[in-house]
Design a protein around this ligand. Structure first.
Ligand SMILES: NC(=O)c1ccc[n+]([C@@H]2O[C@H](COP(=O)([O-])OP(=O)(O)OC[C@H]3O[C@@H](n4cnc5c(N)ncnc54)[C@H](OP(=O)(O)O)[C@@H]3O)[C@@H](O)[C@H]2O)c1
Length: 296
């Protein structure tokens, strides 16, 4: 049977994301062992063919490829510690969020336990796991990535190895993820304003989507400006953004929507203008965000 050739995989941590990961492996025919602190969460996966390990050591011992999806790196280290005897020689792939420093600490921990370590990140929601364009990135031991790439691609077709430095996946995860909260709070502010007029929020979704498309189209332009440190070709200037503050305040008054979250953002815009970037491209805000002591 083709399934017999598939890499046995262990998934530790069966929260929303971990369950989706285990589900994808089961669907793809991988012999899948699962373990979770709260054992009941394994039940639907066991019903689909997964094996529930009696403890974390048995879970690690069951497969050459161990995927963890716990809340933090610290949780991961703590949960795996009792399985220390089973860890040497196995490939450990973490798929939790966390800082680059925490990824480096986990790398040192893994090295100390004889584990081959790849740190990964899922850049999507659980329901997208397994889809062709779902992005996951990995960094660290390339031999682990090469050996298990086929299995890892089961989780998402856009699977990327960023480099040998273990903390790169965490760095990119956080760098890209930084856009999420401001973008969503902006959408929620707009939603509240539209609702204040008695309109359905659904009515703005198409337009908000086009707005995000426009922002997406600008990212390569801004990235080039920032990489070159040249902001002089300003299609949208810092001063233009500064002028928007009064409009936001008027709308907030009219719709009774709290826009206090915008004040620190306008503070960045003001500081850029004060630093002489008023007529420069709005990408010059990066110069204000970069603390002086961190410049080369
Ligand atoms: N959900 C998403 O949309 C999403 C998207 C991208 C990335 N992620 C990342 O994926 C990771 C998991 O997220 P999730 O959504 O699956 O979270 P979740 O539903 O809250 O599940 C957390 C998992 O971690 C386990 N856990 C936490 N602390 C533990 C500890 N000290 N000891 C043992 N087990 C512990 C939980 O066990 P119990 O079941 O026993 O509580 C559960 O299995 C996070 O780092 C998250 O940032 C999530």
């Amino acid at each position: 049977m083709a399934g017999d050739k598939r890499t046995p995989v262990t998934v530790i941590g069966l929260g929303s994301m971990g369950r989706a990961l285990a589900d994808a492996f089961i669907e793809a025919g991988h012999p899948t062992t699962v373990w979770n602190r709260t054992p009941g969460k394994a039940a639907p996966l066991v019903a689909k063919g997964a094996v529930r390990a009696k403890d974390v050591e048995a879970a690690v011992a069951a497969s050459p490829l161990v995927i963890t999806c716990l809340t933090t790196f610290e949780d991961t280290r703590r949960v795996l510690e009792p399985a220390a005897a089973a860890l040497p020689g196995r490939a450990l792939v973490t798929l939790n969020s966390g800082s680059p420093a925490d990824a480096r600490e986990t790398d040192a921990w893994a090295t100390g336990h004889g584990v081959r370590f790849l740190a990964g990140a899922v850049k999507n929601v659980p329901s997208a796991v397994g889809a062709r364009d779902t992005l996951l990135y990995y960094s660290g031991d390339k031999t682990v990535f090469d050996e298990y790439e086929t299995a890892l691609r089961v989780l998402g077709g856009d699977t990327v190895h960023l480099g040998d430095e273990t903390d790169l996946a965490a760095l990119y995860e956080m760098a890209v993820g930084a856009m999420l909260l401001p973008a969503l709070v902006g959408f929620f502010q707009g939603a509240a304003a539209v609702q204040a007029r008695g309109l359905e929020v659904s009515s703005m979704v198409r337009f908000a989507g086009k707005w995000l498309d426009m922002i997406k189209s600008l990212l390569p332009v801004y990235a080039t400006e920032i990489d070159r440190g040249d902001y002089t070709d300003a299609a949208s200037s810092v001063n233009l953004f500064l002028a928007g503050e009064a409009h936001d305040e008027e709308l907030a008054k009219e719709t009774n929507v709290d826009i206090a979250w915008l004040a620190p953002l306008y503070d960045v815009v003001k500081r850029a203008a004060e630093a002489g970037h008023g007529d420069h491209s709005v990408a010059a805000l990066t110069e204000v965000l970069r603390r002086p002591e961190q410049t080369a």
